[in-house]
Design a protein around this ligand. Structure first.
Ligand code: GLN
Length: 186
């Protein structure tokens, strides 16, 4: 069983490069029946409205609802995993008890890179925020693994990991490594 990277839209190839660099078996998921062949999933960044439409167009919603393995969602992928989203065009999966707010740092031009502290590593991480969402927690069991300006940007709840930023656009493998360890433990 491999890690499946949802390849409907967005930055999925970059995630594949990260997993390849870590010698982690993976494949790009494009069809509903492939979800059952995955031990874990990555939902990439992109446009959460577009990914919502594509999931429904190819009939993948039910497989994603039923999927119980670990999932890592980055940016748009993180919004899709939230309990709610402020944009009703996004149909969320409610896998992590947070409220998601799209484009909460502003437009494309307000995208930025910031060194952030990770709870599981000494060295800071170069986080790239692109039309990033913000998340508010609605459950105290969520682990905040990183914050930026007092807002949580890397969160873990059970076997779900979400980031408001794009670790796959850096050369820093630490967050993908952390996810692979989570997959191995589960
Ligand atoms: N703003 C996008 C959305 O709401 C997410 C941006 C991203 O994934 N980089 O879907």
């Amino acid at each position: 069983m491999k890690i499946g990277i949802l390849g409907l839209q967005g930055a999925f190839f970059k995630h594949q490069q990260m997993l390849n660099s870590l010698d982690c078996e993976n494949f790009i998921v494009r069809y509903p029946e492939e979800i059952n062949q995955c031990k874990a999933l990555i939902l990439p960044g992109g446009e959460s409205t577009t990914i919502t439409k594509l999931i429904d167009r190819i009939g993948m919603r039910q497989q994603l609802i039923n999927f119980n393995g670990p999932i890592f969602g980055t940016c748009a992928g993180a919004i899709l995993l939230s309990e709610t989203c402020d944009d009703e065009r996004v149909k969320v999966f409610g896998k992590i008890p947070v409220n998601g707010f799209r484009n909460a740092y502003g437009r494309q031009i307000e995208s930025f890179k910031k060194e952030i502290k990770l709870s599981f590593s000494d060295k800071k991480f170069p986080a790239i925020f692109i039309r990033a969402p913000k998340f508010s927690l609605i459950n105290s069991e969520i682990e905040v693994l990183s914050e930026f300006e007092n807002i949580p940007v890397l969160l873990k709840y059970k076997n779900i990991l979400i980031s408001a930023f794009h670790p796959e656009l850096t050369k820093d493998l630490r967050i993908h490594k952390y996810f692979i360890e989570l997959v191995e433990k589960s």
